[in-house]
Structure formats: C-alpha cells, structure tokens
Design a protein around this ligand. Structure first.
Ligand code: ADP
Ligand code: MG
Length: 349
C-alpha cells in the first residue's frame, strides 16, 4: 500500500502485509481509520465514511494518491486513485485507466465493518438498502448500472411530479422504463437476502450462540404486477407530488429470534448480527466470484466479548484481514502482523 497526501499521510508505504491478519494500533486520531478508508476508495471508488471526496486530500495539498498492490490468481495487480480538488477522481487498474466505476468491483474487493454499521440494524431503512445494494454490486457489477439507471429515472419522474401540471403520458413513459429495472432490483435484493440468511445460519452454527437471525425483503410493489401497481398509484403520486412506490421505499427486515431487530435487538445482539453479516458477506463474495475479499474491521474488534473475539479469529482463516484497534495489548493478542500508527506514520511493531 502506498499513500501520498491522503488524509494525514504525507507519504506512507507498507510492503510487508501478511496474507492473513494485519493489525493497526495507535492512539485516537493518528490515522488508523484513514488506512481503512483508502482501501475502500480503491475497492469501490468511494469512501465508506464520507461522500465529500476532497476531504480525503491532505490539508495544504492539491491532490491525494493511493495505491494497493495485490495478488490475484498468482498475478500481481494494482489499483490506483488520484483525487484532486477541481477534477474528477481518476482510477487505474494495473496501469489502465478505469472508465466505469463498476470495473473497480472486479479488481480489489473489500468488506468493511465499522462502528457506523451498527446503525444498519436500528436506523433509517436507507442504510439497510445501501448495504444491500453495495454487497450486490460486489458479486454482480452490472447491478450498479441498473441501480444508476433507476435512480436517474426516479429523479426525473420526481421532477415531473413536482411540476404544476402533471403530464400523465410522460409519467406513464417513466413507469414503463422503470418497471424492468425494478424487477431486476427486487430479484437481486431478494436473492441476496436469502443467501445472507442461509450463510448467517451456517456461520452461527459454529458460534454456539442461540440467536436465529434472518433477513427478508418487504417490497412496496407486487412482484407479478409492477406495471399495474405503478399505474394505480399514479393519481396518488400526482396528488402528493412525489414517487410513492419502488425499491427506494422497500424495507429490509432483519429478525432475531423471530422478532424484528429494529425494535427488539439489544446492543449485544446488534453487534452479533453485524459481525455475522459481514463474515457472511465475505463468504457470499467468495462463493459468487471464486475470490476471497479483504475484510476490514475498523474499531469493532476490541468491543467484542472474549467468546466472540475467539470465534471471530477462528472464522477469519483463509482471508486477508485488516483490523484497527486503539488497544496495543489487544493488537498483540490478535496475532498476525502488528503496525503502529502515529501521526500519519506507519511502522511495523
Ligand atoms: N484532509 C486531511 N488532511 C490532514 N489531516 C486530516 C485530513 N482528514 C483527516 N485528518 C486527520 O486524520 C486524523 C484522523 O485519522 P483517523 O484515521 O480517523 O484516526 P484513528 O487513528 O482514530 O482512526 C485526525 O488527526 C484528522 O485531523
Ligand atoms: Mg478510527
């Protein structure tokens, strides 16, 4: 990994990551999460914690650069990113410019688990939808195109609905274009959640914790009558001047022991749900693509109880993992390669 003018790193390079566990430790605000963020940029074209890309450019610099090199099927590949204040961010995969962001999903794949993700269980449904869409993109990069096309139509239809005189023919045309995209989205989302529920079941079997966790999809549109339902909703959409049905309104229902987690899950159960979900997400990508993604655990490890820590370590075999923790003793107990992070400098401990 090489960083230049990225966040608080002037330049930083690490060449000796292990294929297994790698742990970053250091006090608060030293740059641990910044490393995790750099990986998420390189893997998905965006940060996992901000939508303001320029914030990642080091103060006083005009551009940030990040690169990760890795083995893929015995071949060394690389992903590079150049972020500058005035221009579009640019990516390269093994030296070749990336034209479509979805290409990045084919190169380096990561699954990240950070404290923010605990909100997925309890807070607004858009967090659950975003998680779901993000994971589907990793196993099916073309899903991103469907998503983008749908969102574009949704914005246009929303604008049409806000105009004083509703143009029914235009709204009808939007609905007809949206319908097949909705079908694709719902199908992929349902199928991913079924896989996730199954995988979590398998993952939890080895954990000896009794909680049964399930994910299901609650759609605002009937699968076999999308067009008719959209047609029927038109009058109400015109009256309320907004889009009322569609994947942007659908819910991901998470249950723990048959109760909706949003209302019933304890803090401990939420941690367990997300931990099992992220490990399952790794397994699902592995199954779908034949490649094991990199797992990034930002500040979540030390919050687990001893039993779950031990269980987690056991479940991380066969994958490359980057863990951050402020607790240096903890870092050493985890094992693997340990790196100290201090004021934008990284050194092997
Ligand atoms: N664009 C930037 N330029 C310089 N420093 C930055 C920038 N963005 C964040 N930082 C610094 O990075 C540090 C936070 O890094 P972070 O990786 O979140 O810390 P932690 O080690 O706690 O995970 C803070 O000191 C913050 O001021
Ligand atoms: Mg941090």
């Amino acid at each position: 990994m090489f960083l230049k003018n990225f966040r608080n790193y002037e330049t930083a390079e690490v060449r000796d990551f292990l294929p297994g566990l790698n742990v970053f430790t250091g006090k608060n605000a030293q740059g641990k999460t910044n490393i995790i963020e750099a990986f998420t940029f390189l893997a998905s074209g965006k940060s996992f914690r901000t939508t303001k890309d320029v914030c990642a450019v080091r103060e006083g610099s005009s551009e940030a650069y990040a690169r990760a090199s890795f083995f893929d099927g015995g071949v060394t590949k690389s992903v590079e990113m150049l972020l500058s204040a005035g221009r579009k961010k640019a990516f390269k995969i093994s030296g070749l410019p990336v034209r479509k962001m979805s290409e990045l999903y084919h190169a380096l794949t990561v699954v990240v688990f950070s404290p923010e993700d605990l909100k997925i269980v309890k807070e607004a449904p858009d967090l659950r939808r975003r998680f779901l869409d993000e994971e589907i993109c990793k196993i099916r990069p073309s899903y991103l195109d469907a998503l983008k096309n749908y969102n574009k139509l949704l914005r246009e239809k929303g604008a049409a609905l806000r105009r004083p005189d509703a143009d029914r023919a235009l709204l009808d045309a939007y609905n007809r274009q949206m319908s097949p995209l909705i079908a694709v989205m719902v199908k992929n989302r349902e199928s991913y959640l079924a896989k996730l529920t199954q995988s979590i079941k398998e993952v939890l079997q080895t954990m000896e914790l009794g909680d049964g966790i399930s994910f299901s999809y609650r759609s605002t549109l009937p699968k076999d009558g999308i067009d008719a339902a959209l047609q029927k909703a038109m009058q109400r959409e015109i009256a309320e001047r907004q889009c009322l049905l569609g994947p942007q309104r659908d819910e991901v229902v998470i249950k723990v022991n048959n109760r909706e987690a949003k209302y019933y899950a304890s803090q401990g159960q939420i941690r367990l749900i997300m931990l099992a979900t992220k490990i399952s997400a790794v397994r699902i990508i592995e199954e779908a693509t034949g490649k094991v993604p990199v797992l990034l655990l930002d500040d979540v490890f030390s919050e687990l109880d001893e039993a779950r820590k031990n269980w987690t370590i056991k479940n991380l075999t066969g994958m490359q993992v980057f863990i951050t923790t402020a607790d240096e003793g903890e870092a050493k107990r985890i094992g693997g390669a340990v790196f100290g992070v201090e004021a934008g400098r990284i050194r092997a401990l």
